[in-house]
Design a protein around this ligand. Structure first.
Ligand code: LMR
Length: 342
């Protein structure tokens, strides 16, 4: 990747300042453009590591014309503040779970939370390259949010202060969910009481019993130490955690070509880094949690998993009211999902 020379840097910064309307006025010719990147996980979680990789590459490929400031672990903005901050221009980059896109008013992003949708893992990733994503990306851009990449952070497991082996075990439990309406329906179908709680407040909510359990990827359970405040972990793989790396559309489209090129390359390579490391990190995290011996493991047997699938497939049917059957069928086809005849 050829680097910008100093003259190009000056021109690029001036053009970007004019186009983005962010009031960026270089104090002197070489003042770097500072990009704020906020997220809610630790620096050593897959998303945290990919954010650091983006910073390294963006600063390198722009030859210092861009400086990336990373605000990890909800230190700048929490779940419920992030999207507003992006749309106000107070932060430039986020990588939230797409289960948290509800406030953007695009209900279709909840569809990725349909239980066991990604049961055909080797086909499922095709979904994020399919034409149906182009349709959703267009809706996202209409809200002023620019989707730069999708990062698949793997399968969810459950943690709880009691064993979760059969669907009926959820009866009456207060279970933390992200803000997606489909996740709300999943919890209710299991007989649980769903509670939307920000990721940054989840450890304390589990510790104080505000909620009895939650579902997440192993790397989050490890890096947030949820195993300290939960007694049981069920390897259910009932859902997946997908992030979208997003920017303000006005900001990103306003970047000068000289800055856009290195930043696009940094997005591409940090996405490749995420894809190459997240799956391994989550497998290693599950092994590490187990080795710590602080939480009791249960891996669903095929028969138990069949019971969970049978219990949860009605959520797919119910969601035809929310998304329409044609849209769900498009998602099924793109994800290689065939509804089991339960
Ligand atoms: C959660 O809220 O459980 C996750 O989406 C947090 C994250 O960004 O991985």
């Amino acid at each position: 990747m050829s680097q910008l020379n100093r003259r190009q840097v000056t021109g690029a910064l001036a053009a970007t300042a004019a186009a983005t309307g962010l009031g960026y006025r270089p104090a002197r010719a070489q003042t770097p453009l500072v990009l704020k990147f906020s997220h809610v996980v630790t620096q050593d979680a897959p998303k945290g590591k990919a954010a650091l990789k983006f910073k390294e590459l963006a600063e390198k490929y722009s030859n210092g014309a861009v400086k990336v400031e990373i605000y990890a672990n909800s230190s700048l903005y929490k779940d419920k503040e992030e999207l507003d901050a992006l749309q106000l221009g107070s932060v430039h980059l986020l990588a939230p779970s797409i289960a948290k896109f509800g406030p953007l008013g695009i209900k279709e992003f909840d569809v990725f939370d349909l239980p066991f949708l990604f049961i055909n893992a080797e086909k499922a990733d095709k979904l994020f390259q399919s034409p149906v994503m182009a349709e959703l990306n267009g809706k996202l851009e209409s809200t002023g949010v620019k989707p730069l990449a999708y990062w698949n952070n793997g399968n969810h497991v459950y943690t709880c202060n009691k064993p979760l082996i059969k669907p009926d075990d959820f009866q009456g439990l207060k279970m933390r969910i992200q803000g997606s309406k489909v996740l709300d329906a999943v919890a209710r179908q299991l007989g649980a009481i769903p509670q939307v709680i920000g990721f940054g407040e989840l450890y304390q909510a589990l510790q104080t019993g505000v909620v009895d359990g939650e579902d997440n990827v192993p790397s989050n359970i490890l890096t947030q130490k949820f195993y300290e405040v939960q007694k049981h972990l069920t390897v259910s793989y009932h859902g997946r955690l997908h992030y979208s790396l997003i920017a303000s559309k006005k900001f990103w489209d306003g970047l000068s070509p000289e800055l856009r090129k290195p930043l696009d390359q940094a997005v591409k390579e940090s996405t490749e880094f995420f894809d190459a490391t997240a799956a391994t990190d989550n497998i290693e995290a599950l092994d590490k949690i187990k080795s710590l011996g602080k939480i009791q493991f249960h891996v669903l047997t095929p028969e138990e998993k069949k019971e969970w699938i049978a219990k949860l497939m009605p959520v797919h049917k119910d969601m035809e009211k929310r998304f329409g059957k044609p849209f769900i069928d498009k998602i099924y086809a793109a994800a290689g999902f065939v509804p089991p005849n339960t």
